[in-house]
Design a protein around this ligand. Structure first.
Ligand code: FE2
Length: 308
């Protein structure tokens, strides 16, 4: 995909980027979609407000969803796992996971990762054709809850699946189910994919931050609020993509839109509709970010009001 640039609205020869909100505007837009996780549990009114906001804006931030002690336990397990990956020849990691190192691929293809019977530890590498957006350097772990009984308990508790599943259903008026859990470990990942959506079917992701993301160069999740419902930029992008050899789901035309970088603290959770325009901001080479991810999808999405 060509490099996106800011430009005149009359010139549609190139992909265009949204403005990235900063300062007071960023804080104001974040506050408008933020809820304390504890309030969500104890107040039905708060729960319904959060569901309504998710419906309208496509994204919400749930503050302090996971305790510090819980985070420490989980991060400790992850550090131990990475040590076992480093000495994979003797650690026995191959017995409990498919380990795809940059120069050692044992499993291929996203669908095979999702359908795998064990955890998949996949090191993202540069694309063979040199195209951008590879997320090279990222460690993407599918089904991390299958790595051990301890991980299973820690991960399921951190994701709050029952409550978040009910929240997604209240927001979308559609039954949803958990499709896949992932752990994203990003260290100095600079070649991130540009703005895109994850298809047009009903799909939500929850992101539990296991480390602070307080600055842009740490690589926050960025989202164009309301873009899951607004067809204008979607149609403009589709039209542009079709005539420029760009994949269907790239949001290539976002001029005049504003993207919100979701700066968050460890323990916060972001919940978003993946139909909206989003991306991970590129990281500084020394930056690191750990996120636990859960995907919810529904089979009847295209039949119901939220999906229009
Ligand atoms: Fe995505």
């Amino acid at each position: 995909m060509p490099v996106a640039t800011a430009q005149s609205s009359l010139d549609v020869d190139q992909p265009t980027l949204p403005v990235l909100l900063e300062g007071e505007a960023r804080q104001r837009e974040t506050d408008a979609i933020s809820f304390q996780f504890a309030d969500l549990i104890r107040s039905k009114r708060c729960f319904l407000r959060a569901a309504w906001t998710l419906n309208r804006e496509g994204i919400i931030l749930l503050k302090q969803a996971v305790s510090t002690e819980h985070l420490n336990n989980l991060n400790q397990k992850i550090r131990k796992l990475l040590k076992n990956v480093k000495r994979y020849k003797t650690s026995g990691i191959d017995e409990i996971a498919y380990l795809n190192l940059p120069d050692r691929r044992v499993l291929k293809g996203y669908n095979n990762f999702v359908d795998a019977d064990k955890a998949v530890i996949n090191y993202r590498v540069k694309r063979p054709d040199g195209r951008s957006g590879s997320d090279a350097g990222m460690i993407d772990i599918f089904h991390p809850e299958r790595l051990s009984t301890d991980m299973d308990v820690l991960i399921r508790q951190a994701l709050h699946e029952d409550l978040i599943g009910r929240l997604v259903m209240a927001a979308s008026l559609t039954p949803v189910e958990v499709k896949c859990r992932n752990l994203y470990l990003n260290n100095g990942v600079s070649d991130t994919r540009g703005y895109h959506c994850d298809g047009r079917s009903l799909k939500f992701k929850s992101f539990v931050f296991l480390s602070d993301v307080h600055r842009l160069d740490i690589g926050p999740y960025c989202y164009v609020k309301g873009s899951h419902r607004n067809k204008t930029s979607w149609k403009r992008s589709r039209h542009f993509n079709a005539s420029h050899g760009i994949s269907t789901y790239e949001y290539s035309q976002l001029e005049g839109e504003a993207a919100l970088p979701m700066l968050a603290s460890a323990g916060d959770m972001v919940l978003s509709s993946q139909r909206g325009a989003h991306r991970g901001h590129p990281q500084h080479p020394d930056a690191s970010r750990s996120v636990l991810v859960n995907m919810y999808s529904g089979g009847l999405g295209s039949l119901l009001p939220f999906a229009t």
